[in-house]
Design a binder for this molecule. Structure first.
Ligand SMILES: [Zn+2]
Ligand SMILES: [Zn+2]
Length: 125
């Protein structure tokens, strides 16, 4: 097996175990697992994994991009303005069907990020 393939597999496994993972999260977890993969390799691998639709990149206004397993059902994300945590928001079934916009373009994917205050932070207010 090619070294590249093994490294990519290790990265995907880590992302799956973490749910939503930043590059530092991924690097830390890989190290814990005894895998020594250079940051530059992680970045490069993520780029190709993203192109192959194995991982999904989520860019949001706090911090660095987050990566997650692409195989999950499409879902939106909720970001807390207070603690900056990012959580999945499951879409209702209607949203998962093929949709056309008002101009007749077929929408194949969308990234919706809600910003607000998470329920844990609301409790503390
Ligand atoms: Zn919060
Ligand atoms: Zn997610």
């Amino acid at each position: 097996m090619f070294r590249d393939t093994a490294q990519r597999r290790a990265i995907v496994e880590v992302i799956k175990s973490l749910g939503h993972a930043t590059v530092p999260n991924i690097a830390e977890k890989l190290e814990e697992n005894g895998e020594n993969i250079a940051l530059s390799t992680i970045y490069r691998s993520l780029e190709s994994l993203e192109k192959q639709r194995i991982v999904r990149r989520i860019s949001y206004k706090y911090g660095t991009d987050v990566f997650e397993d692409y195989e999950q059902e499409t879902h939106d994300h909720f970001v807390c303005n207070h603690c900056h945590k990012i959580v999945d928001v499951s879409k209702n079934e209607e949203n998962q069907k093929e949709k056309f916009d008002n101009n007749g373009n077929l929408i194949q994917s969308s990234v919706t990020i809600y910003y607000g205050i998470c329920k844990d932070c609301l409790k503390k207010r």
